[in-house]
Ligand binder design. Structure first.
Ligand code: BDP
Length: 707
């Protein structure tokens, strides 16, 4: 039925279109901070009544950013200039920005805000100016989404302390896994020229509560530690500072050798320690509020402390010591795995890190990817969460769509983020969700972190795919408050970014909410994964040659004449033993393991009857075909909102959906034809055997990889 519902929608929508004059000329640059004139006149008048002036008591740069933003926003939304004044004394009907140490009492943390009606004014208060800035954006959001503001009483605090974007940007302007043009950072112009985009980038981030950003790729160049680059990074930091955003740098572990001319980068060597101490001092001299260092070490060929027989903790603690005099942190990534023909990459991070629990300096946060493998379309949560009670673990999500169709597939990621955050680790009994591990409530972590690998680049609309802006937005909103639902966030974003027409907004929100499952269906259903090839886009399930076994496709899916999937139970790699018994119990029995995770944990026979009532082969085909067909449903849903969204954005998304449709069929055909060579069964009705052969698909993939 599912595969035909787009047809039904088409019939419905041909007789129905939205009555609204389409706005024009939107290039997407303004993201969700659009501030177009509110066309609902009574609503606009009500807002105007309550926002006649902006009183800024105090004048820090961050407070000024808050006042500037309110002025910009209100001018656009209300169609008139709202003055900024220095005092609200004797006045009513305005917005008052106030920093006070006691604001919100103990119910609010340092970055929280309160919006309340006070003496006839809307008072935005915070313990710090950053809190007020977040409150100003929250008030604007209230108006952008059409909510009343005359009886406001809102208190909100971020649940996570370090809310960061990680840019994987290189010195030459390229972006690792970036699909939206080149790097935002114009290193060749810096430090002299500050591109105006940096400020707009900072505004967008502050609007969703992001307060930190690493400028460069985790596969780092030592150049970022050079005096020349420290000045450039300092210039970027100066553009972001008025928005409460601190800058971090990814370090190349072997920099003491390559840059410092030392003979070693051994973390226990006194000269190496002295080198880092001096380097960190230099960083803080240039950037007094420098956030800290992000480290990828002994991972995928990057150097690290293990090159000298030392542990991750030895390495991290050495940097933490250099950082001691300053208010910065060391963020050490747990993304590690070795080339082991008999091993299971799934288990690697847990095996390396859990023995180190309790040995890290208190300035260290260990940053863990959401899943045990690598940003797959659907992964179980990493077993590290809940298993390192004495080490603050931070979350690393990937916003850029490395495995989610780059910039041509529409995949709204909030459901993926939420699936992981809401998963129960049972670390401290029922309800010990990953989110509660991350926000410190399960283990009482002193520092809490959520990082997202950024998807913003030099593309005029920042993210390439216009809908990918929603993933940046959703990441920030969830880092602030992981209890928000995917739907609430999508609905906010759609209203702020695409349309206020309620039916159209509802339709787009629904489309977004379904998009990730549709992608999983045609890409990696029932727990398949695909971290192979350097490109991470083309389907290549047959790929079986590489310098490392874990860099082939066959390593992950284990298709053979008997069946498909990775046995991670006791009779296999036993990765399941890394989870609590309650979690294990959900997944270890192939009869009851939920289908979305089945092939993650079990090697299942082709003719095995699944809980859906279909055999594995029939279920796979059903997913691949309905997934690919559902992209046509997506196209039709999008078609139905044409009159309610900007024509430029409409056309852009429509074209990308057409590409997505073609590519979804490519994925479907590649998997179905390849797996059929093992399952040796026809494609079940009502689905039709692909028109091309396996060789045809292989050829098209080879051509793709030639590019
Ligand atoms: C993988 C990416 C690779 C990154 C690596 C990492 O393919 O480009 O360097 O993760 O996170 O997903 O370090």
């Amino acid at each position: 039925m599912k595969r035909y519902h787009w047809l039904f929608t088409l019939l419905l929508t041909t007789t129905f279109s939205y009555a609204q004059t389409p706005p024009t000329g939107d290039d997407g640059y303004r993201l969700w901070l659009k501030y177009d004139l509110i066309t609902n006149v009574p609503k606009r008048q009500a807002y105007a009544q309550a926002a006649q002036f902006i009183a800024m008591t105090g004048n820090s740069p961050i407070l000024k950013s808050a006042a500037d933003e309110l002025q910009l926003g209100l001018t656009g939304l209300l169609g008139k200039t709202v003055p900024v004044v220095t005092s609200a004394a004797g006045r009513k009907g305005g917005i008052v920005l106030a920093v006070s140490a006691g604001a919100g009492g103990s119910a609010m943390n340092n970055e929280g805000y309160q919006i309340a009606i006070n003496a006839g004014n809307i008072m935005i208060s915070g313990k710090t100016d950053a809190g007020v800035l977040y409150g100003a954006f929250a008030l604007l959001r209230q108006m952008q989404t059409g909510q009343p503001i005359d009886r406001l009483s809102v208190t909100s605090s971020p649940r996570v302390q370090y809310r960061m974007l990680n840019h994987w940007d290189n010195v030459d302007g390229t972006v690792e896994r970036g699909y939206a043009g080149q790097s935002l950072w114009k290193w060749y112009e810096l430090p002299e020229r500050i591109d105006p985009r940096y400020r707009d980038y900072a505004r967008a981030n502050a609007s969703i509560g992001i307060n930190g950003m690493t400028v460069n790729n985790v596969n780092a160049s030592a150049r970022f530690m050079s005096a020349e680059y420290i000045q450039k990074v300092a210039a970027v930091a100066s553009a972001l500072r008025p928005y409460g955003i601190r800058v971090y740098v990814s370090v190349y572990w072997a920099a003491p050798k390559t840059l410092g001319g030392l003979k070693t980068s051994d973390p226990l060597d006194p000269q190496v320690r002295a080198w880092w101490t001096a380097k960190v001092k230099e960083l803080y001299q240039a950037i007094p509020d420098f956030g800290g260092l992000l480290v990828k070490a002994n991972s995928e060929g990057e150097p690290g402390p293990q090159d000298y027989g030392r542990t991750h903790a030895d390495g991290a603690n050495m940097l933490a010591e250099a950082m001691k005099p300053y208010d910065g942190v060391v963020i050490w990534r747990a993304f590690v795995y070795k080339a082991d023909p008999n091993g299971d990459r799934f288990k690697a991070a847990y095996d390396e890190f859990t023995p180190l629990d309790g040995t890290f300096d208190k300035k260290v946060i260990v940053q863990v990817k959401n899943g045990p493998i690598d940003f797959q379309p659907r992964e179980p949560f990493s077993p590290l969460f809940g298993n390192m009670p004495k080490t603050p673990l931070g979350m690393e999500f990937q916003i850029t769509q490395e495995y989610l169709g780059f910039a041509t597939h529409m995949v709204y990621e909030a459901p993926l983020f939420k699936e992981c955050l809401d998963a129960d680790t049972y670390a401290n009994g029922k309800g010990s969700t990953v989110a509660k591990v991350i926000d410190g409530s399960v283990h009482g972590y002193a520092r809490t972190l959520m990082a997202g690998v950024a998807n913003a680049g030099s593309a005029r609309n920042w993210t390439g795919h216009p809908m990918a802006q929603a993933n940046w937005y959703a990441f920030g909103r969830l880092a602030w408050d992981h209890t928000l639902s995917s739907e609430t966030i999508a609905n906010e974003w759609v209203n702020m970014t695409l349309t206020h027409e309620p039916q159209a907004a509802k339709r787009i929100t629904n489309l977004m909410l379904k998009s990730r499952d549709i992608y999983v269906d045609y890409n990696t259903p029932i727990g398949l994964s695909r971290p192979w090839t350097g490109v991470h886009f083309a389907p290549e399930p047959w790929q079986n040659r590489s310098p490392r076994p874990d860099w082939t496709a066959v390593y992950y899916h284990k298709a053979d004449s008997l069946g498909l999937g990775f046995n991670r139970t006791e009779t296999g790699s036993n990765a399941l033993a890394q989870y609590r018994p309650e979690v294990r119990a959900q997944w270890e029995n192939p009869e009851t393991c939920p289908l979305p995770y089945l092939l993650w944990f079990h090697h299942v026979a082709w003719n095995k009857k699944l809980t859906s009532g279909r055999t594995l082969w029939a279920e796979l085909c059903t997913r691949f075909y309905t997934g690919a067909d559902s992209v046509r449903w997506m196209q039709n849903e999008w078609g139905a909102v044409k009159s309610a969204v900007d024509p430029g954005i409409y056309a852009d998304v429509s074209a990308r959906l057409a590409t997505q449709q073609r590519e979804a069929i490519w994925w479907r055909d590649a998997w179905v034809l390849y797996l059929q060579s093992f399952a040796k069964q026809p494609v079940p009705a009502p689905f039709k055997q692909p028109e091309r052969t396996l060789d045809d698909v292989k050829q098209s993939v080879n051509l793709y990889l030639l590019r």
